[in-house]
Design a protein around this ligand. Sequence first.
Ligand SMILES: *Cc1c(COP(=O)(O)O)cnc(C)c1O
Length: 398
Amino acid sequence: MSDSKKDLSFTTRAIHLGNETDPATGAVEPAIYMANSFALPYDPSQMNWSASDAPIYTRNGGVNQGRLERKLANLEGGEDCVVLASGVAALSGLFFANLKQGDHVIFSTVTYVATYRIFNELWTEKMGIETSIVDCTDLEKVKAAIRPNTKLIHFETPGNPTLCICDIEAIVKIAHEHNIKVSVDNTFSSPYNTRPIEYGVDFVVESLTKYINGHGDSMGGAIIGKHEEMEKIRYQSQVNIGGCISPFGAWLINRGASTFPLRMQVHNDNAQYIAEWLDKQPCVSFVAYPGLKNFPGHELAAKQMEHGFGGVLSFGLKGDHDLYNRVVSHLEIFTSAVSLGNTESLIVFLGEDDERMYLYPEEFHNGFYRVAIGIEDKDDLVADLRQAFQAEGLETID
Ligand SMILES: *Cc1c(COP(=O)(O)O)cnc(C)c1O
């Protein structure tokens, strides 16, 4: 299938792109090319050994990686894509290629923990990057944080783990007026719900470990943007830093991506249903989910998120630290584990001592659950939560 078939629906493209029948064998599904090296041309001395366009060595670009990159560039509506070994490899690969000593970065108060540590601790100390942690839901604060040396604004929407919503279009406008690039970590929304490139962002990052692979059995990360920018990331961060994905990992993610739109719709629907149920429970102190009408970013989320509000929600209990752990111990379908985007539902208790708690809204400060709603039957999930609440004597309402 040609990449130009943009008129086909998202679901059809997710299935067919990068999955073409193998012309050599007629196999309907792609092979896994585990080779780490490729036959060179007649006169190899003419080659650019650091290039990623001709097959040389799998750290410069693998066959399965390339198939996945084509699919993801198309689904995000971007020119090109680089797939690396994990979401964090994609984030650091993007930052490495775009920032140098003395540059300033604005990043959101609510980001993935590795982003926080890169910008709050590691790169400030080791690389001389200046950073400001800014509540990017507040455009005035974003504007006020801009300095002459600001090079990048980075945020997530919805943010992990408070689900806060940032206005992509408005931040892009502010940034581009000042010649600043914008990167959005789109892992929580996924390209099924939001394609930040349509709002003008320069870079999109996805942890493929989550919804796009979807089966909890592989890790990967992607950066999507302009071809020229992706070539720079390939050269600097992939070929010469080396966080390349394994062919098997790329193959698994490409396979998972075929059912990603269907799974994502169920994640959206289930999370909405469970958020509404939790919101009615007397023992629940708050529910953070962009699909709830009372959630602060709801209207903006409804504008930016096409088919639903994603599969992650957070909520608090009226109770102490140990109540959180006891309730989790009664759950039979939910597993207590980090990550999200798997077929199965996962729950993690983030206690009051979490290193980033000071950055979150007040209601989170006594600890809360982050819940990654899976694609099980939604009534089974509610029943599991209900019995766990009841086992602790907590009142529930149907
Ligand atoms: C999980 C996650 C990452 C990191 O991805 P890995 O594949 O675990 O390295 C980055 N951003 C967000 C929003 C995530 O949820």
